[in-house]
Each structure stands twice: as structure tokens, then as C-alpha cells.
Design a protein. Structure first.
Ligand SMILES: [Zn+2]
Length: 113
């Protein structure tokens, strides 16, 4: 019974106790999750480090060959409504004139519209 619980993020009390998935601070009454941490899963970032989110618009920063075809996604191609997915190609999107495909976040740059 020597589980080390994190101190209360509100008042830094070390008398925090656990009830199911919740940690409760007896000193200030703060309740917080035992499993949550600073990181909320892997953050997908573009080539210059901007965080990307579903629905963002990006431009392609280099010519990309489309696997299994002779098509090329040209540098500067604007892609609207991206969707973040798990995997090697972490952006799922529809490219005008080409169709549905996966892109790597390192080859795009976020556009603020
Ligand atoms: Zn507290």
C-alpha cells in the first residue's frame, strides 16, 4: 500500500486520496482524475510546429507522389477539412483532383483562413 499519489494541483497537499478513478484532496476539496496527465495523446504538428486539428486547412510544402499512381500532389496544393488519424500518414484528407488520401503532417503547413 505504498502507491504514490500526485499532490493536489490546487493546493499541493500530499493528503490526496483515491476513490475509483478520482483523486480527492481533503484540504481544498479539489477532485481530479488519476489517469489524466499533461499530455492528451500525441499532438499532431505541421512542418513548422503548429498544432493541427480536425477541419484545419493546410498546404502541401513539397511535391508528393501518390502511391500506386502517376499523380503528384503539387507543392502549394491547398487541402481543406483535414482529419487527424493514427498511423504513419497522420492526416486523412480529400485532395482536389486526386481524391481521398493520407498525408504526413511533416509535409504540410497550416493555413489560417
Ligand atoms: Zn487541494
Amino acid at each position: 500500500m505504498s502507491d504514490t499519489l500526485p499532490p493536489c494541483p490546487e493546493c499541493a497537499s500530499t493528503y490526496v486520496y483515491q476513490v475509483d478513478a478520482l483523486l480527492i484532496c481533503p484540504e481544498c476539496g479539489h477532485e481530479f482524475s488519476a489517469t489524466a496527465s499533461e499530455e492528451e495523446g500525441p499532438q499532431v504538428r505541421d512542418s513548422v510546429g503548429n498544432p493541427l486539428a480536425d477541419g484545419d486547412t493546410v498546404t502541401v510544402i513539397k511535391d508528393l507522389k501518390v502511391k500506386g499512381s502517376s499523380l503528384v500532389v503539387k507543392v502549394g496544393t491547398k487541402v481543406r477539412g483535414i482529419r487527424l488519424v493514427d498511423g504513419d500518414h497522420d492526416i486523412d484528407c480529400k485532395i482536389p483532383g486526386i481524391g481521398q488520401m493520407g498525408l504526413k503532417s511533416e509535409f504540410v503547413k497550416k493555413v489560417s483562413e
